[in-house]
Design a protein around this ligand. Sequence first.
Ligand SMILES: Cc1cc2nc3c(=O)[nH]c(=O)nc-3n(C[C@H](O)[C@H](O)[C@H](O)COP(=O)(O)OP(=O)(O)OC[C@H]3O[C@@H](n4cnc5c(N)ncnc54)[C@H](O)[C@@H]3O)c2cc1C
Length: 365
Amino acid sequence: MLSRKPASIAVIGAGIAGAACAQALHQAGHAVQVFDKSRGAGGRLATRRFEWIQENGSEGRARLDHGALGFVARSEVFRAFVQTMQDKGLVAPWQPALAPDSLALEQDLALYVVTPEMPLLCKHLLADVPAQWSFALDRLTRDATGWRLHAGGQVHPDAFDAVVLAIPPAQAAPLLNGLRDDWARFASLVPMQPCWTLMGVAREEDASAARESQWSLARPELGPLAWVIRNDRRPGRAADPGHAHWVVHARAGWSRLNLEQDAGWVKHQLCTALEVFLGHEVRWAHAVVHRWRYALPPLGRTPAHPLPPAPQHWWDERLGLGVCGDLFTANGMEGVEGAYLSALALVQALHRSAEVDVAATKDMA
Ligand SMILES: Cc1cc2nc3c(=O)[nH]c(=O)nc-3n(C[C@H](O)[C@H](O)[C@H](O)COP(=O)(O)OP(=O)(O)OC[C@H]3O[C@@H](n4cnc5c(N)ncnc54)[C@H](O)[C@@H]3O)c2cc1C
């Protein structure tokens, strides 16, 4: 499949897995193109930009990180990557001060955030890679020229030697049907955890400001909220005097139960839960909710959710088809780190087949 070097490779998905994969393949000399259904890179490393008209008629602006809170770096490989990004000023350690009534963090590991906003890490990785946005792949076919990408009834003009899917499993499953039914079946069975997220800017009362002045993160013990974050107190985020920037993630169980509820109802519930947690009224200048259907794979695999056949990625050399992302717990690593390691493992597999293929082509010549 990869007997031509450079090979032409389509990477679907511009989250951390797709971005890391595309950058590594591009640096290895392949002709890589990235496609994503969103308007830019980042995936679940997400930051929402807001603009609204304030009570006094002026324009309010804010940037709120409504996806991954941050990430840890357990493995040597990911630690080295994070250190490089930190040296470039793109990543900063976050040692959040916990709210007094918060549960402790489960792990005693440094948390990292991308500065000043989460998608910049993927944007940086993709700086030299051609990308097409608002391209929602809905079918993959192959003809004599290679892989063809279908989106919205159109076929992309380019044909590719290989395709990498770096997208959540539930979205990968329908694309894999008929190509690798075994992968499709597994991907369709991964029970991704949903998450309703409330984000907004509130006017900060003096009294509440004093009470909350010490902390930037809370993990409530009870109720629908899993995480409460003062986004303006995260590293590299601009302070906004007189305002509190909140990002609030609901628990997976609560989100699943209310997944199809009206957004207005969810917003009301989460605003109330935040007020109960804070112990005072929150006077919003602007707030919205976002529904993550596929926020995280189940943490900690159980016999009911076993590891996929290949522990870090899938690569079908004959087809020239690969899958990576946080579907795979690469060496037990999860979330952003797992997705990154999965991408690198797939790139290595792809390189191995390219070497074999190129050698075989030379032998035939
Ligand atoms: C609320 C929340 C909190 C989280 N907290 C943490 C945390 O604290 N620590 C941690 O490590 N992880 C956390 N995560 C998980 C972490 O964000 C993900 O594990 C990681 O970002 C996954 O990266 P990925 O590249 O595999 O997928 P994604 O980031 O989802 O990227 C996939 C990309 O594919 C695109 N796409 C999907 N389908 C198609 C299609 N058909 N055609 C074209 N493009 C498509 C999407 O638009 C997206 O850009 C959190 C996630 C959420 C949502």
